[in-house]
Design a protein around this ligand. Structure first.
Ligand code: MIG
Length: 815
């Protein structure tokens, strides 16, 4: 956006008062930030120098460098923790509070050329000559790191960027899946207005790098929330360079198979909790559905048209003058009544909660926060006030555990009103400015768990800690509930508390196209539950673009339509009957996929793996597959190749090795050939991995109703002589009884000999089978010709075999 249209839209949204506040705040902030400007001349680099001596510890060592120190600890068999000094102490917000190191047997030795710390999987070598390397137990070097250098109060580290390696991670980036050739900033930022491809940084950054070479991974997580920058082979094509402006230099470093490494990272920073089943349903949102009658009419319209819906989001206009934890009694005369009525129909309300608390002594949350000293202050003790939606706002200091508790308890009002989920926005934190960085002054003081520091040390974790406060509050206030939080900002570990969405993307084809890479890199940053504003946020999508966006959204963990204030309606029926028909097909398909998606959510809970994965996952040696960012795998079973261009009626996609079956036509493809797939507007190219048993629910209109209808198992035959196992995870879909064992895992092994398929079904767990019947259906184009069921009862009915419940073995012939 150019300056003039920016100014005009600002005028429209925040009014003259808002503009005046933004101008004033920008000037004050610029003045305050002066003291923090980097020195004119680049500061000289001081290498810490090579290792002089070391003292062994049970799982690592304490090293003395020429100009500093280095502590090494093996925390998991494939993960080492390195802490260089001198540096200030700092909280470890990225690390799961429940994490306990578990490296297995560790051997610490002094050798002739240096020290070595080895686990059963990896050896970290610290040569006396300087530098560090990771070797596998066969002695092959997997990764190297140059000894870091100190620059003023900051740090710089570097590592070789081998040819043929692809680079991923770094949180949310409007960049290609392979980040090579770019420079990326580590500073959470509301880009203001809409962002597009190439804009950097965005709302959620994190210093995690994932390199993949010949199908093997290297992981570097710099546990440093300070502002920084990562240069991925741009200055020097053969190196990655990381700079931080301050903080302690703490690195978690590992190498090995990609899925295993990502699991190690998830153990360290926390695995996502199992979401409530409804969160995987369809969400309808806009800025804003208000007043109350409009929300009611919206839900009725879904009902009247027979379209599925699980959640409606309330954006900022539900609040009383944008005061968080309140609602506008004129616009929402009976919010609890509305929530109750919708809940009876199985529709949930998700309400937005921003961090900025309106400065207004007549408003309880502010008054209490002010009196109790909950808000951030400047060094002179005055409360920091920055303009956001409510006008001047104060910002809770979430780096103080007592403030987190206080904030968490505020959710009681919304829980009691029947709000089922929470949407945390503006938590970079964002403020309105006319120039400069749209956040709090760098001088802002933070508690940082009692260690103290300024905004440079706290900014990047502010969003994470806001969500943590809310999540922990809801857990305390309503222990039976699985909290649902959606966050815009975050840092390492955000997955412990929230799903994220990719913010205010433009409603254009470029925005649609770019979102696939963004979601993939978030997944490789340890954040499995991600969504994109379906239809795009800023602007109005064409009917064709909207249809293609709905098709993509169907296969993303969060499936939510959302749009900015002032844009035309963006509901499934807003683009004419043809697009409404397409929305119906895909919303129904989403509900049919719920058992599969829920199983993937459980897998993410166990492993930290993303639901949406690059085509190279888990171990493709061809770097080309790790660069494809216009197609993805959804779990192991599905390959999704969305249409991302106007007018396209089909597309090509390079296939990972193995056999793939077109879900619509049944046509068989053999990877690594390139598939040419047709996609008229009613279709998205979609392939199933041969051998898959895909669990499909009935096309119901609420997630909770899937259990009232038979479950379909669709069989995609493997190649002759082969077999594959697919899983299905089930539990109540809400609450925590699954942690006490109330779940079940059904394992389906599908084997093929010629025209004969054998399905073996085993079960683990005690949760009773919740579906009234099971339909076993062939992939399209196939027919069952003979059936034998063992350990259960079944009969052939049309194209399906219908069982009353689980069976031990089903044998079929097909033609
Ligand atoms: O300054 O709450 O990204 O989803 O609709 C804009 C209003 C604030 C930004 C979010 C967007 C939301 C909007 N918010």
């Amino acid at each position: 956006m150019d300056a003039l249209s920016r100014a005009l839209s600002a005028l429209r949204w925040i009014g003259p008062g808002g503009i005046w506040r933004a101008l004033r705040y920008s000037r004050t902030k610029a003045r305050l930030d002066q003291a923090y400007l980097p020195p004119r001349a680049p500061e000289t680099s001081r290498p810490l120098g090579p290792l002089r001596e070391a003292r062994p510890r049970p799982t690592g060592l304490e090293g003395v460098l020429e100009e500093g120190s280095l502590e090494v600890e093996a925390v998991l068999p494939r993960l080492f923790r390195l802490l260089w000094g001198p540096g200030p102490a700092a909280p470890e917000y990225g690390v799961d509070p429940a994490f306990r190191p578990d490296p297995g047997p560790v051997e610490v030795r002094e050798r002739e050329e240096g020290w070595s710390v080895a686990t059963a999987a990896l050896e970290l070598r610290l040569p006396f000559g300087g530098g560090l390397c990771l070797r596998d137990r066969q002695g092959r070097v997997q990764a190297r790191l140059e000894g870091p250098v100190r620059r003023g109060a900051g740090w710089e580290a570097a590592l070789p960027l081998p040819e043929g390696a692809t680079v991923h991670g770094l949180g949310e980036r409007a960049a290609p899946l392979d980040l090579r050739g770019g420079r990326y900033r580590l500073w959470n930022r509301d880009p203001g207005g809409a962002y597009g491809p190439g804009d950097d940084p965005l709302y959620l950054t994190l210093p995690l790098l994932f390199l993949v070479r010949r199908g093997e991974g290297i992981l570097l997580f710099f546990d440093v929330p300070w502002p920084g920058e990562v240069d991925v082979g741009r200055e020097d094509p053969g190196r990655i360079r990381i700079r931080f402006e301050g903080g302690p230099l703490r690195l978690y470093w590992g190498a090995g198979p990609v899925p295993e490494l990502l699991s190690a990272y998830a153990r360290l920073t926390g695995r996502p909790p199992l979401p409530p089943l409804w969160a995987l349903g369809y969400h309808q949102s806009r800025w804003s559905y208000a007043p109350q009658a409009r929300v009611e009419a919206l839900v009725e319209a879904f009902e009247g048209r027979g379209l599925p819906l699980d959640a409606v989001h309330l954006d900022i206009d539900y609040m009383d003058g944008y005061r968080v934890f309140t609602w506008d009694r004129r616009r929402f005369p009976d919010l609890p009544g509305l929530a109750r009525r919708l809940a009876r129909e199985g529709v949930r309300l998700v309400a937005i909660v921003d961090p900025g608390v309106k400065v207004d002594p007549g408003y309880g949350v502010y008054r209490q926060g002010h009196e109790q000293g909950r808000f951030c202050t400047l060094p002179d003790g005055t409360e920091v006030h920055a303009p956001v939606w409510p006008g001047w706002a104060a910002f809770p200091d979430f780096t103080d555990p007592e403030v987190r508790r206080w904030w968490g308890d505020r959710y009681r009002v919304l829980l009691e009103a029947g709000i089922a989920g929470f949407w945390n926005d503006m938590n970079e934190p964002a403020a309105f400015v006319d120039r400069g960085d749209p956040t709090l002054p760098l001088a802002t003081r933070h508690a940082l768990e009692g260690l103290g520091g300024d905004h440079r040390a706290a900014h990047n974790v502010y969003g994470l800690l806001m969500v943590r406060a809310g999540y922990e509050g809801v857990r305390r206030l309503d222990p039976q509930r699985r909290p649902f939080f959606l966050s815009r900002s975050g840092w390492a570990g955000i997955q412990r508390y929230a799903w994220v969405w990719t913010g205010d993307c433009r409603s254009d084809w470029a925005g649609l196209r770019a979102s696939v890479a963004t979601v993939l890199n978030l997944g490789l940053s340890g954040i499995p539950f991600v969504g994109v504003d379906v239809g795009g946020f800023h602007g109005r999508p064409s009917p064709e673009l909207f249809a293609r966006w709905v098709q993509l959204g169907t296969f993303l963990p969060l499936f939510r339509t959302h749009t900015a204030a002032g844009t035309p309606d963006q509901e499934p029926w807003s683009f004419g009957p043809r697009v409404e028909g397409i929305c119906r097909i895909f919303l129904e398909l989403r509900y049919r996929l719920l058992p599969y998606l829920y199983t993937l959510a459980w897998e993410a809970r166990r492993t930290g793996w993303p639901l949406v994965r690059p085509l190279g996952w888990p171990d493709a040696e061809d770097p080309g597959l790790w660069r494809v960012d216009d197609a993805f795998l959804l779990g192991e079973a599905l390959l999704v190749a969305p249409i991302l261009e106007p007018g396209a009626e089909g597309r090509a996609v390079p296939l990972p090795p193995g056999r793939w079956i077109d879900v619509w036509s049944g046509r068989v493809w053999e990877g690594p050939e390139r598939a040419e797939l047709a996609a008229p507007l009613e279709r998205i190219p979609l392939l199933a991995r041969a051998g898959t048993v895909l669990p499909l629910a009935a096309p119901v209109r609420r997630s909770g109703r899937i259990f009232s209808h038979p479950l379909t198992l669709r069989l995609y035959p493997p190649a002759d002589g082969e077999a594959r196992t697919s899983l299905l995870y089930l539990d109540e879909g809400e609450g925590w009884a699954h942690e006490a064992g109330a779940f079940r895992i059904d394992r389906f092994t599908l084997a093929r000999e010629g025209r004969r398929l054998e399905l073996t079904w085993t079960t683990e767990g005690t949760y009773p089978w919740p579906f009234p019947a099971v339909r076993i259906e062939p992939a399209p184009g196939l027919r069952w010709t003979a059936v034998r069921v063992e350990g259960g009862t079944g009969r052939q009915e049309g194209e399906a075999i219908v069982l009353e419940g689980p069976a031990a073995r089903v044998e079929v012939r097909f033609s």
